[in-house]
Design a binder for this molecule. Structure first.
Ligand SMILES: [Zn+2]
Length: 55
């Protein structure tokens, strides 16, 4: 349980996922890069949106 982790942004799985322990959001390397490249405001919005979707 909890072994099959999929990207919270694009839904891809089977690849390395990077979980942000501070926000409990898991992103693949692509999406992580994307969010990291974005400024903090966008990053926050994305994480909020993801968390809102999960719940
Ligand atoms: Zn992704």
């Amino acid at each position: 349980m909890g072994q099959s982790i999929s990207c919270d942004l694009c839904g891809r799985n089977g690849e390395e996922q990077y979980c942000k322990t501070d926000s409990s959001v898991c992103l693949c390397s692509n999406c992580l890069k994307h969010t990291e490249a974005s400024n903090e405001k966008i990053k926050e919005c994305v994480e909020r949106w993801l968390l809102g979707n999960v719940i």
